[in-house]
Design a protein. Sequence first.
Length: 125
Amino acid sequence: MVFRHISRDLKLRSLWMLDNGYLPDEIQPILNVSDRSVRHWAANIQDFGNVIRPQNALHGWPHTLTATQIHAVIDLVNASPEMYLNEIRDLLALEHDVLVTVTTLHDVICAAGLTFKLLRRQAME
C-alpha cells in the first residue's frame, strides 16, 4: 500500500473491529489499511495509551552552538562589526573551546537578523 495519512478515528475503528472479533484479513479490505498498520496501532495503544505515538523531543540536528555561545557571537559582532568571520571563529575557539565553520557563524549571524547592510552602517559610525 502507498503511504497516506490515516486519521485517528480510522485507526481507533480498526482496533475496535479487531477487539470485536474481526480478522485482520477482513479489516484490510473494509478500511483499506494493512494488517501491519493495525498491529502497529495496537502496539502504540499498549505502549503509549494512544494510537498516535508522542512526538520525539529530539527532533532534527542538535545545534552546534549553545545559547551562551550564540549570544557571545552576537555581542562580538555588535561590539566590532568590522571583524571578519574567521576572527570571530578563532575567538570562539579560544574563549568557548568550540570549533565551528565560517558558514555556521554566517548562519547564526543571519538568524539573529544582523544583515550586511546593518553591520556596514554600524562600522561606518
